[in-house]
Design a protein around this ligand. Structure first.
Ligand code: MV4
Length: 449
């Protein structure tokens, strides 16, 4: 059992991990940059240690500093949260060399899923349905022409080192292919130092459906249903819900089992998310995330489980505390991400919080590291809180969300709060009838941003 763990992160996710650790009787160590000396995670942890200057590269992303903090404080394990070092295979490998446990998957699994071609090949072999496309990398434009003609237009060219929407180019017809192919390559090269690309059939109006999986690293794994995260802007999710309004129980059980079996097969350990595009009743694998995700609370809401506690348990070598049969869905959960951004352009809006009040009451959870008097530093991402609601059904969850949004007070800065009041009045949001392009089209019509 761990006595002390270090959290290599900041903000609401650092609090999330500290809370789970405290409930388990585990001491927590916060790390922080000089810009975060007054941050809530520093106050809430049992110990805190400064690891560098404001820039993430020199602090939260600095492997040597994080490891040194672990050695100085005697923490036995590191929880990476999301972002920062959470999917960095070299970091995980370095921890092994220092006998520090990484609370997350192995370096090997992170590496496999980080390379999108290898991830897709692996998933295909494991029986997970994938988007039709090239078998592996496409070495040159001549091959690209053959592959694209074979699949049929439109096609999308993706950088193997990309992901999350980076390094993708659409070719609607053969005359757009050369430019798309060369641009995707160049972007892969400059952004990730890897110019390998692959080609897929382009799906025009899919939903983003992601299946939560969890493994014990010993060949046992479960799924915790899916989240619909289709409401995104520039590949940033803004509204997520579970279960997916377009997925019926039979479909859920079928894709869930495929995903759980796949990760059991590779002895996956910890939390993972298998991302799909879902169109016309069919699932197409696109990527796997080997971390706990921002939107994990909606899954926790409908299953009543603590995913961070489970991550810590399996990292200690314990079994998961539930089996697939123990996992039953109760009701519906929705999360909205509140950012320190000014509408209509979503421009970052750091500054001093003159008043903060979190909503409460039945079925309401607010994960935020804000407090009245706190100054949001300009160096990190703009997420300032996640409001998560749970109801007996989707309708109740929506009504609760509207009520809770009305209680939230964040004074002193601009936030994306007004966006959610407007979205909740939209029939498409009320009925769950949206795809991955709905939000951007809506923003264009309604905000002109
Ligand atoms: C696609 C696609 C259409 N067809 N792949 C964007 C993020 C990355 N995870 C995958 N992405 C896409 N891949 C094929 N074959 C459309 C997208 C996409 C998207 C996916 C999920 C959520 C929002 C999106 C917004 C634009 C494009």
């Amino acid at each position: 059992m761990f006595e002390k763990i270090l959290i290599a992160n900041r903000g609401e996710i650092a609090l999330r991990v500290i809370r789970a650790a405290r409930e388990m009787g585990i001491k927590s160590v916060a790390v922080h940059s000089t810009a975060d000396a007054d941050a809530m995670h520093v106050r809430m942890a049992d110990e805190a240690i400064c690891i560098g200057p404001p820039s993430s590269t020199d602090s939260y992303l600095n492997v040597a500093s994080v490891i040194a903090a672990c050695e100085v404080t005697g923490a036995q394990a590191i929880h990476p949260g999301y972002g920062f070092l959470s999917e960095n295979a070299n970091f995980v490998q370095a921890l092994e060399d220092h006998d520090i446990t990484f609370i997350g998957p192995t370096a090997e699994h992170i590496r496999i899923m980080g390379d999108k071609i290898t991830a897709k090949e692996t998933m295909k072999k494991l029986g997970v349905p994938c988007v039709p496309g090239s078998d592996g990398g496409v070495p040159d434009y001549e091959t690209a022409q053959k592959v694209a003609a074979d699949i049929g237009y439109p096609v999308i060219i993706k950088a193997t080192a990309g992901g999350g929407g980076r390094g993708m180019k659409l070719a609607k017809s053969a005359k757009e292919l050369e430019n798309a192919f060369r641009t995707a390559r160049a972007e892969g090269k400059s952004a990730f130092g890897n110019d390998e690309v692959y080609i897929e059939k382009y799906l025009g109006k899919p939903r983003h459906i992601e299946v939560q999986v969890f493994g014990d690293g010993k060949g046992n794994a479960v799924h915790l249903a899916e989240r619909d995260c289709s409401l995104q802007r520039r590949h940033q999710k803004v509204f997520e819900e579970a279960p997916g309004p377009a997925i019926d129980a039979e479909t859920r059980a079928r894709i869930g089992k495929i995903c759980a079996d796949a990760v059991a097969n590779i002895n996956y350990i910890g939390a993972g998310t298998i991302e799909f595009l879902f169109e016309d009743g069919e699932f197409f694998f696109i990527e796997m995330n080997t971390r706990l995700q921002v939107e994990h609370p909606v899954t926790e809401g409908i299953f009543g489980v603590d995913l961070v506690r489970e991550q810590i348990r399996v990292a200690e070598g314990n079994p998961m505390s539930f089996t697939q049969d123990d996992l039953q869905i109760h009701g519906h959960a929705i999360e909205v991400r509140i950012n320190a951004e000014k509408l209509p352009n979503f421009s970052p809006c750091p500054g001093k919080i003159t008043a903060f009040h979190a909503p409460g009451g039945l079925g309401v959870r607010m994960d935020s590291a804000l407090y009245t008097g706190y100054s949001i530093p300009p160096y990190y991402d703009s997420l300032i809180g996640k409001l998560i609601v749970h109801g007996r059904d989707r309708e109740e969850a929506l009504a609760r969300l509207k009520r809770a949004l009305g209680e939230l007070i964040v004074d002193g800065i601009d936030t994306t709060l007004p966006l959610f009041h407007a979205l909740l009045d939209e029939p498409a949001v009320q009925t769950g009838n949206y795809d991955i392009h709905w939000l951007e089209k809506w923003l264009e019509t309604n905000l002109g941003g």
